[in-house]
Design a protein around this ligand. Structure first.
Ligand code: SF4
Ligand code: SF4
Ligand code: SF4
Length: 356
């Protein structure tokens, strides 16, 4: 007999049981993530409300007959995603940055960059509509679903989730296939494009019955189905989802450590079955880190980069906010943030478009 075989162990060593079975108490070090996320989301919401208030003052000044002594906040262009998509095509074709709504293009590219480095964390940590959607989730749990939100059955979830990709496909096809460069130049110089933000403000200040009905239906649906708008209808989120598919960063689960408690799945706003995945590669993952914060077992759920060791979950919001602020800082410093349209030209465009 080979003497070396004598010293081999007869069986592989068994892994230690999970901490809970060993009677060890474990406190999840990431449990404060949702609270911090709320703080960041509310801070962004407050910032955008300030932007809206500043834009309202600018809008009033332009419509009035006196001097326009209120600065137009460039961040208002975040609400013009279609114009940003058009100017993205123009930039690809001509290498010219959008001079009318430069901040809109900057914000779109920044959001796409966040989707690559940190999945759709823009939705969970930045977008104000995502914050409102989270508020509806909280309200729905308080009013209707104290014992937990009902899940949308898979046979319904998949076709509903494809709606936003259809909408995205429509916009991408219209802009990138249907619009020649001449039409894009015409669109961008047109008074309608110049006043697009003011038109949106008018819609909010004087909503039509149809608009109110649509918002009301969406609000009711958001109380019945978790994150209805974001999960099923938002084409912006769909675009970020497509880019996030290429992201090397994802939530990963260690099946050896997992005790199948499913707290992660219950915490997920997008009803991803986290407890069954090795890596969450879904384009629906918004990098909110609720699952990581809810995990009940040590070293079980975390964030990883493909082929690399485990990363801190704080990296996801840090990268997201870092990219957003970085794009803003570079654009502001290099002249790609402020519109070249002078205040008097806005006044002319407002008159042409019948605003005020
Ligand atoms: S899905 Fe759309 S509306 Fe919802 S958070 Fe993401 S970008 Fe915002
Ligand atoms: S899988 Fe985790 S990080 Fe992704 S959306 Fe669900 S709870 Fe958030
Ligand atoms: S929270 Fe999810 S990943 Fe963590 S132990 Fe429970 S089932 Fe496993």
């Amino acid at each position: 007999m080979n003497p070396k075989l004598d010293v081999l162990p007869t069986a592989l060593p068994t892994p230690p049981p999970p901490a809970a079975e060993r009677g060890e108490r474990w406190t999840n070090p990431w449990r404060s993530l949702p609270r911090v996320r709320w703080a960041v989301q509310l801070a962004y919401l407050a910032f955008l409300l300030l932007v809206g208030w500043q834009f309202l003052r600018f809008y009033d000044a332009v419509r009035g007959g006196g001097p326009i002594d209120v600065a137009r906040p460039p961040s208002v262009e975040a609400f013009l995603p279609i114009a940003a998509l058009v100017s993205l095509k123009r930039f690809v074709l001509t290498r010219y940055w959008d001079e009318i709504h430069p901040a809109g293009l900057t914000i779109l590219l920044a959001a796409l960059a966040t989707a690559f480095v940190a999945r759709k964390a823009f939705c969970s940590w930045v977008c104000p509509v995502g914050t409102i959607s989270r508020a509806f989730e909280w309200l729905g749990r308080k009013l209707l679903w104290r014992r937990g939100w009902p899940s949308v059955p898979r046979w319904l979830d998949l076709p509903l989730a494809s709606l936003k990709y259809l909408l995205l496909g429509f916009f991408v096809w219209t802009v990138f296939v249907q619009m020649p460069l001449a039409a894009i130049e015409g669109f961008m110089q047109a008074p309608y494009n110049v006043v697009a933000d003011a038109k949106m403000l008018e819609l909010l200040l004087h909503p039509s019955t149809t608009f109110l009905a649509v918002v009301g239906v969406l609000a009711l649906l958001s109380l019945v189905v978790k994150h209805f708008w974001c999960r099923y209808l938002c084409p912006y989120g769909a675009l970020l989802g497509v880019v996030s598919w290429f992201s090397p960063v994802s939530v990963r689960r260690d099946p050896e450590a997992c005790n199948d408690c499913r707290a992660c799945t219950r915490a997920c706003p997008n009803e991803i079955q986290v407890h069954t995945k090795l890596r969450v590669l879904s384009t629906e993952c918004t990098g909110c880190m609720s699952c990581v914060a809810a995990c009940t077992t040590r070293d079980c759920l975390g964030v990883t980069r493909k082929g690399a060791r485990t990363l801190s979950p704080w990296l996801v919001p840090a990268l997201t906010l870092g990219v957003m602020i970085g794009f803003w800082a570079i654009a502001a410093a290099t002249g790609f943030w402020q519109t070249i349209v002078p205040p008097e030209a806005f006044r002319w465009a407002y008159r042409v478009m019948g605003i005020g």
